[in-house]
Ligand binder design. Structure first.
Ligand code: F6R
Length: 607
């Protein structure tokens, strides 16, 4: 999603702005731009595509100026081209924007009726025109910005500068996050603390509805009604990182390989391996008395929640409702008085997940959040954060955050089971032992990279792929299909194996490989029957199983990946590895932009 930067600096700020924009690249974008004020005049450089294109333009025609704003754009209104790239200008005003102005059509019509002409197809441009109109009508810049904000509906974070004043930056937040950073005689605005990490770790987050006036001497904060308010300064945990790829070709590959470490780190936060027990982590709810758990999230995080449902229900006998957040937020689901809600998000900023959290908050549910970005909005609005300790995830396709989410889910399910008396000490010790083994087993699974790479080469020749799985392997089948389609652009579908004969079997022929995720568990035989059905129709099977499964599968396969033996509980954490590697290597063969696949954003702050 779009990223915003603003700097009121001591010397030329364009290079700093580009540096900050590079740290926002991971969010996904398709064009970028910078505007500064020099000699009382606004100037900008914008470019379609990667930041390198913008840097080349800036090298040819540098932008002087001690104040500036910058932007990485993920297109919503209007195609990704230079004209639609931010900053947008109107008269004395320059604006960058993350989010969607929902009443854009109405405001555009109003401005058009007054004779306003438009340069771009964006919703952002109308913000510049509204502020500029206010100034033409005699308002000062800050007042004009505030009046314009009152007219906007939707989700937005904005940064605005004014040609006549190189010591004034106005920021506003309604939905997507925005942070003010404090430096030595310099002040900053940014979409997140990571963007500002090279300059400062001294941060104030705007609350929803806030706007801020930033000058070299400091910042003031105002709520939606315009009253000055005080907002807490915090020390951001975002280190000034420029995470590099190490010896890996892509961040995604590096992040896949980091999993044994980060999963181990995450598990040790929740589990006492030596004692064979779950740690007494404080929770906002008493698991023993809950009658229902509601889980909501998007994409891969949702699929981690779906695995969690199996674990909570099986281990703790706690019924779980789970829904994708974009549906849950509007579903008007009645919530149990004795229930609790858990939201899962890597970024902690996903608009639909945040809206679902607020729905549950309004209904009075206690709220836990499983998040990777510790100072994100979802983390701040939850009663309690259950951190995933995956470290910064830069590849747009989620990998290590997913397995860490699974590690947290398994730990919480075990915690709930102990509180509800559905596991005894022996069983708890056995589950903790299985979980303690996962990092080692993931390392074993990573050794399959060679055969997976070969298999991926073959897979990259197909246009459609089906993934099947039962029980906790069903969410993994969905995750496999999601990973493959998002980074290789090969069409893929995931199904519960038992659903095959209720429709998808019609698709089976030799042009559609079927990837079956089936550890040798209590229902393995059922998966074998499903594979027979596929084989009988000429389907090509790739079986991902363990040694026992490979021996017991009486079916011819195109390939069989033999995974290390793992306990039933932890299998999904380990089987995530081949599923990710398969998608990764197929995408590499297809030659796609693996870390920043087309059309995708890392942090989805709009609906
Ligand atoms: C897929 C992927 C997305 C995210 C989803 C939720 O690889 O990364 O499906 O899982 O956009 O994002 P977060 O976890 O930040 O809420």
């Amino acid at each position: 999603m779009c990223g915003i930067v603003g700097i009121v600096g001591r010397s030329d700020v364009a290079p700093q702005i580009v540096d900050a924009l590079k740290r926002l690249e991971y969010r996904g974008y398709d064009s970028a731009g910078v505007a500064t004020i020099s000699g009382g005049r606004l100037a900008r450089r914008r470019a379609e595509g990667k930041l390198g294109n913008l840097e080349r333009k800036l090298a040819e025609e540098p932008l002087p100026g001690r104040i500036g704003i910058g932007h990485t754009r993920w297109a919503t209104h209007g195609v990704p081209n230079e004209t639609n790239a931010h900053p947008h200008f109107s008269g004395e005003v320059a604006v960058v924007h993350n989010g969607i102005i929902e009443n854009f059509a109405e405001l555009r019509a109003e401005l058009a009726a007054e004779g306003q002409e438009f340069e771009s197809q964006t919703d952002t441009e109308i913000v510049a025109h509204l502020v500029s109109r206010g100034m033409r009508q005699g308002l000062g810049p800050v007042e004009a910005a505030h009046e314009a904000l009152k007219r906007l509906r939707g989700a937005f974070a904005l940064a605005i500068i004014f040609a006549g004043d190189d010591d004034l930056l106005v920021g506003a937040r309604s939905g997507p996050p925005l942070a003010v950073g404090y430096g030595e005689g310099e002040m900053y605005l940014g979409s997140d603390a990571i963007a500002l990490s090279p300059f400062t770790s001294n941060i104030t987050y705007l609350e929803d509805g806030d706007w801020t006036v930033v000058r070299r001497s400091g910042a003031t904060f105002h709520n939606a009604e315009g009253h000055e308010v005080s907002r807490k300064r915090t020390r951001s945990s975002a280190v000034s990182f420029f995470v590099d790829k190490g010896n890996h070709r892509h961040f995604m590959e590096k992040e896949i390989w980091e999993q044994p470490d980060v999963v181990s780190h995450t598990l040790s936060h929740y589990l006492d391996f030596a004692e064979g027990k779950v740690r007494n982590v404080r929770t906002p709810f008493d698991f023993a008395s809950l009658d229902r758990l509601t889980i909501s999230a998007c994409g891969t995080a949702y699929l981690a929640g779906l695995v969690g449902k199996y674990w909570f229900e099986r281990l703790a006998k706690l019924p779980v409702d789970i829904d994708v957040a974009s549906e849950f937020r509007y579903r008007e689901a009645p919530l149990s008085k004795n229930g609790a809600a858990i939201f899962i998000s890597q970024s902690g900023e996903t608009a639909d997940t945040l809206a679902s959290l607020r729905y549950c908050r309004a209904a009075g549910s206690p709220i836990g959040a499983i998040v990777n970005v510790g100072d994100s909005t979802i983390a701040r609005e939850a009663d309690m954060v259950f951190p995933t300790l995956a470290g910064p995830e830069i590849g747009v396709a989620s990998t290590k955050a997913f397995t860490c989410q699974l590690a947290v889910m398994a730990s919480l399910a075990l915690m709930a089971a102990r509180a509800r008396g559905t596991v005894d000490t022996e069983a708890e010790r056995e589950f903790v032992r299985q979980l303690a083994e996962t990092p080692r087993l993931m390392s074993e699974a990573l050794k399959l990279e060679g055969p997976i790479e070969k298999l991926s080469h073959r897979l990259s020749k197909y246009r459609h792929v089906l993934y099947l799985g039962r029980d906790t392997s069903f969410p993994l089948a969905l995750e496999g299909a999601l990973k493959l389609k998002e980074i290789s652009y090969i069409h893929a579908e995931g199904y519960a194996s038992g659903e095959l004969k209720h429709g998808p079997i019609a698709l089976i022929d030799e042009t559609m490989p079927v990837i079956v995720i089936a550890p040798h568990d209590r229902i393995f035989e059922k998966s074998v029957s499903n594979m027979q059905e596929v084989a009988a129709r000429g389907g090509k099977i790739v079986l991902i199983t363990d040694r026992k499964g490979a021996e017991a599968a009486t079916v011819e396969t195109m390939d069989t990946l033999v995974m290390p033996d793992a306990g039933d509980l932890v299998a999904p954490i380990i089987y995530a590895v081949p599923v990710q590697l398969l998608a990764y290597h197929t995408a590499v063969f297809m030659g796609t932009d693996v870390d920043q696949p087309r059309n995708l954003a890392k942090s989805v702050t709009v609906e």
